[in-house]
Design a protein around this ligand. Sequence first.
Ligand SMILES: [Mn+2]
Length: 303
Amino acid sequence: MTKKFVIGHKNPDTDSVVSAIVFSKYLGNGAVPAIAGELNRETKFVLDFLKEKKPKVLKKAPVNSKSYLVDHGGLEQSIVGINPEDILGVVDHHQMFGLTTVEPLFYRTEAIGSTATLLAKMFKEKGKKIDKKNAGLLLSGIISDTLNLTSKTATIEDKKIAKELAKISGINAKELAQKMFEAKSDISGMSIKDIVLSDYKEYKHLGKNIGIGVFETVLTTPFKGKDDKILEVLINIKQETKADFVFFGLVDILKKETLFYLLSEKEDGVSKKAFGVSGNRVVLLKGITSRKKQLVPYIFKSI
Ligand SMILES: [Mn+2]
């Protein structure tokens, strides 16, 4: 029998994991949530806190399986080995990167703060009740993706739905956000490479391979004096992945700014065009915290 999975992007973040879990419950009918990589520390905290079991980790798409994709809009970010004809549907809130299919499919995307918000809307539209556990999971997805509704990506709908989910789950969103961000910022035992790759996404644009990693933290002090090491790691990643451009942003959640690492003249040139800052290997992007809304579009337009 063909197995049905619901699966988020590689280097899974909290939104992609909780969305896989909750959308699989929404679908029912034997759909199994899965993750295309290990949990990050924030998501691990969330699942422990809500007593939800960790989804199955898949290294590649199993043969004879069909999948619903959540929280990503391009196959570069999908689980290894997936075929477009095995995709049953997509629920997402990213820019679209050209998915071509042979059969009609369920495709739902909105410019909204998180996939979790969109799923909450889908439950409401269908008149399905969101139970306490699901409300907690979805709330965590919103908090994670919108930095507790402070990111430029947060819409009025995200705010409204987050409030409703907090009520259903009985969770104080501010307290949960603080604990999640502390877990997210814990880098003990992680190498610089682990940190850079923990939330790293690969894109294809105009035939160019582009990698953009971000690391969101409430504690930037452990990174002081590590610029050269970070740049060295980026050079290695660029060689290993044969990328044309590689960027890394260290996002300060509290100050709402990003230290942006430019490993060569090429990246520097893009940054000059995109953000008006260049000439240093590390530049400060004030007011910028969102990769999908504030980095990707400007980087793409400048390449
Ligand atoms: Mn998301």
